[in-house]
Design a protein around this ligand. Structure first.
Ligand code: FEO
Length: 395
C-alpha cells in the first residue's frame, strides 16, 4: 500500500483529496490537458469531525487512507456535500458506509440528488438552510447557497474562525499539479479556461454568489479542483471581471476548411483585424482544443465563424462550434460568418439559424462559390473594417 500524505491548510484543517494525473476528458466533452484533482478536506473540530466533499469514483480507497492518517472515518460526524456531481460526491456511498455515525449535510435540492444519485437514506441527511451554521466547538461552519454554480444544489462552506472558503467547483482549475495557485505561473490561463467551460453560462448566478461572499473575510479559498488560493485576491478579481462579462478588443476566429477557400477567407479577415490592432485567437476547429476555444470566448468582443458547405449544409464542425458557442453564453457582442461552397450554399443561413435567440449582432456575412476572388477579398476587408468600428465604438 502506498504511504499516504495529507496537507495541512490550517490547524486541524487538512487536504485529503486525490490527484488524477492521467485524466484527459471530463463530461465526455471537456479536454483536460493537465489532468485534474478532486479536493476533499477534513476538519477536526473540538466537538465534531467533518469531511467536506469526497472524490471521483475510483479514488475512494485513497480518500479513506488519507482520512485515516488523521482520524478514523468511524469518528466523522458530518460529510458535507457542497455539490452532487460524481467527481466530488461519487465516493459518498463508500465513505458513508465506513462512517456509520456520519450524516450528509446538504441543501434541500442536494438532499433529493443524494437520494437519486447515491441512495443516501433520508434519515442520514441533514438539510441546511442558506447561511445556517454548524458548530464544531472551536470551529463554526457556515453554509452559503450558490445555486447553478453550476448545478442547482450547489453551496459553499466557510470556516468562520480560520476564514477558509470551500466553494467546490467555483474558483477551480483543472490541474492535477500545483499546490498553491500563487506558485502556478499560468494559473489564470487554466482558471479562465475552466471558467469558460463550466461557469460562463451562469454569469448572473456567479455575480450573485460573489456579492454574497463579499462580506466575508477570506484568507484562503480551497476549491474542489486545482490549486488552493492562499492569496485570494487574484482569483476573486478575475472572477469579478469574467462574471461582469468584461471583454477586450479581441476576436475569436473559429473555422473549418476543406480545400482552403474558407481558410483564405478567414486569414484575410485575420490580417485586416490584426492591422487594426485587434487581438486574435485563431482556432482551426479540425485540430483545436475546445477548452482553449472556451477560454478565448471568455473575454472576446466578437467571433468570426468560418463554415463551408458540405453534404448540403454547414460543415458539422462549424455546426458544433455554433451550438457550443450558444450553450456557453459568452459575453461576445458581434459576429461575422464566412463561407465557401462547391455547388450549393446554405451554410451561412444555417449558422444564422443556429445562433438565433442569442443576443449577438451579425456585422457581416459572405458566402462565395469556390475559392474567394479578389473582389471577395475586398468584401472581407470591408466587413473586417465594419467589425473593427463596432469593437472600437464599444470599447
Ligand atoms: Fe467538479 Fe461540477 O463537478
Amino acid at each position: 500500500m502506498r504511504e499516504r500524505s495529507v496537507m495541512k491548510l490550517a490547524e486541524n484543517v487538512h487536504w485529503v483529496g486525490a490527484r488524477d494525473w492521467n485524466r484527459r476528458l471530463f463530461d465526455a466533452l471537456i479536454p483536460l490537458p493537465k489532468g485534474t484533482s478532486y479536493n476533499a478536506y477534513l476538519i477536526i473540530g473540538e466537538t465534531g469531525k467533518v469531511l467536506i466533499d469526497t472524490v471521483n469514483p475510483g479514488f475512494e480507497k485513497e480518500l479513506e487512507e488519507k482520512i485515516r492518517t488523521v482520524t478514523s472515518p468511524e469518528e466523522l460526524y458530518y460529510i458535507v456535500m457542497n455539490h452532487a456531481e460524481p467527481d466530488h460526491a461519487g465516493a459518498i456511498p463508500y465513505i458513508m458506509k465506513i462512517s456509520p455515525k456520519a450524516k450528509l449535510v446538504t441543501t434541500s435540492r442536494g438532499a433529493k440528488m443524494a437520494q437519486v444519485f447515491y441512495h443516501v437514506p433520508q434519515e442520514r441527511i441533514k438539510i441546511i438552510a442558506d447561511n445556517e451554521t454548524i458548530s464544531l466547538g472551536d470551529k463554526t461552519l457556515r453554509f452559503i447557497e450558490a445555486p447553478m454554480l453550476h448545478w442547482p444544489e450547489t453551496m459553499f462552506t466557510y470556516i468562520e474562525e480560520d476564514e477558509i472558503l470551500f466553494p467546490c467547483d467555483f474558483f477551480g482549475a483543472h490541474l492535477a499539479g500545483g499546490v498553491y495557485s500563487d506558485e502556478v505561473e499560468d494559473l489564470l490561463v487554466h482558471a479562465q479556461r475552466y471558467w469558460g467551460e463550466i461557469m460562463m453560462p451562469f454569469r448572473a448566478m456567479a455575480q450573485k454568489a460573489l456579492e454574497k461572499i463579499a462580506g466575508l473575510n477570506i484568507k484562503v479559498i480551497a476549491p474542489s479542483h486545482g490549486p488552493i488560493h492562499r492569496k485570494p485576491e487574484l482569483i476573486l478579481n478575475a472572477y469579478k471581471r469574467w462574471a461582469a462579462g468584461e471583454t477586450r478588443q479581441k476576436v475569436v476566429i473559429a473555422y473549418v476548411s476543406m480545400w482552403n477557400s474558407t481558410d483564405s477567407m478567414v486569414k484575410q479577415m485575420a490580417e485586416t483585424l490584426a492591422a487594426e490592432g485587434i487581438e486574435l485567437a485563431f482556432h482551426n476547429l479540425a485540430i483545436t482544443d475546445i477548452g482553449d476555444l472556451a477560454k478565448d470566448l471568455v473575454d472576446s468582443k466578437a467571433i468570426v465563424l468560418g463554415a463551408p458547405t458540405v453534404l448540403g449544409g454547414a460543415h458539422p464542425l462549424a455546426v458544433y462550434a455554433a451550438y457550443l458557442f450558444k450553450a456557453l453564453r459568452p459575453p461576445t457582442k458581434f459576429a461575422v460568418i464566412l463561407s465557401s461552397y462547391g455547388w450549393g450554399g446554405g451554410a451561412v443561413k444555417q449558422v444564422q439559424e443556429l445562433l438565433s435567440g442569442f443576443k449577438i449582432e451579425v456585422v457581416g456575412a459572405l458566402e462565395v462559390n469556390g475559392p474567394p476572388t479578389e473582389e471577395n477579398m475586398k468584401q472581407i476587408v470591408d466587413i473586417g473594417k465594419s467589425l473593427v468600428n463596432k469593437i472600437k465604438e464599444g470599447a
